[in-house]
Design a protein around this ligand. Sequence first.
Ligand SMILES: [Zn+2]
Length: 134
Amino acid sequence: MSGRRCRCKSRKLVHRCCGPLLGGAPAPTPVALMRSRYTAYATGAADYIVHTTTPGGPQWMEDREAWLEQIRTFAATTRFEGLRIVEAPTVEGDEGFVTFEARLSRQGRDVSFVERSRFVRLDGRWTYHSGEPA
Ligand SMILES: [Zn+2]
């Protein structure tokens, strides 16, 4: 593996951060999943976004091709400038919450946002269920 820093801005090398998760390893925590999804968006790994979304949840789209296209378009037209955990994440059983700020821009315009995300563990794997502005 290369010595590249991870795109999630953890300052870790990618193979010690989001790399293994994008390669199929289960995320150990909701925070790890959130970071890896940010990296997936930043690198256009649309399949990973679909694979780590709670099936049948509010963010799930039945039309997978349209969904993948939507993710790829978002990834290609957005600059991913940073990621910051805003509040201490909480985990209780198979449910976890992470509040983060994603610093993004599109065509020079700041489109950063803060979101409180809900994660659900299914069959031992964390998935992204939903998020609300925070
Ligand atoms: Zn990372």
